[in-house]
Write a protein that binds this ligand. Structure first.
Ligand code: IMP
Ligand code: MG
Length: 178
């Protein structure tokens, strides 16, 4: 589909499934290179990363524990700037290599908040893996270890990403048609 309607907004095709899956494969190869034999814990952030982490783990060539976390900040097209913990990092992160898996890092406010929460568990290391990254909006200075695709400051949906709870289930990614 070239165009989709999500609630009151129209979106057009931006990243087709084949390109998404090639990007997932590249990230899985990078993680396999760095973590094989290290027994890391993957902490995907609900809800946006549910498809990404499922694809990612099926392309990795090592086993890992998976423990979802949930922190929220977005409403509609904008971040509220206030992050709320719904489901935090588990105790077993202590002393372990933890990889936070996100759908998108925008301002970085949510991720910085999560990094600080995770540090309280005293993990051996913290790595960040995000599918999308908006460098033009990024206001923080933590390092992002694995980036699928850097994009402009546009709003996207699909492949887990939503607009007001809708649009997540598309296999391709769509960009807001302004
Ligand atoms: P940040 O705190 O500004 O970095 O926002 C991060 C969160 O905002 C992400 O985990 C997403 O849930 C959401 N978000 C940011 N940009 C987009 C977008 O373009 N589409 C859908 N959700 C987005
Ligand atoms: Mg998210």
């Amino acid at each position: 589909m070239e165009k989709i309607q999500v609630l009151d907004k129209t979106f057009r095709l931006y990243m087709p499934e084949a390109e998404i899956q090639a990007t997932v494969k590249r990230l899985a190869d990078e993680l396999s290179r760095d973590f094989k034999g290290k027994d890391p814990i993957l902490c995907p952030v609900l809800t946006g990363s549910y498809l990404f982490v499922a694809d990612l783990t099926r392309q990795m060539d090592f086993d890992a524990q998976v423990s979802f976390v949930r922190y929220t900040s977005y409403e509609g097209l904008e971040s509220t700037g206030e992050v709320t913990k719904v489901m935090g990092f588990p105790d077993r992160c202590t002393g372990r290599d933890v990889i936070i898996v996100e759908d998108i890092v925008d301002s970085g406010i949510s991720m910085e908040f999560m990094i600080n929460e995770l540090k309280k568990r005293e993990p051996a290391s913290i790595s960040i893996c995000t599918f999308f990254f908006k460098p033009g909006n990024f206001k923080k200075d933590f390092k992002i270890d694995y980036v699928g695709k850097s994009i402009a400051n546009d709003f996207i949906v699909g492949y887990g990403l939503d607009y007001s709870g809708q649009g997540r289930t598309y296999r391709d990614v769509y960009i807001l048609d302004r």
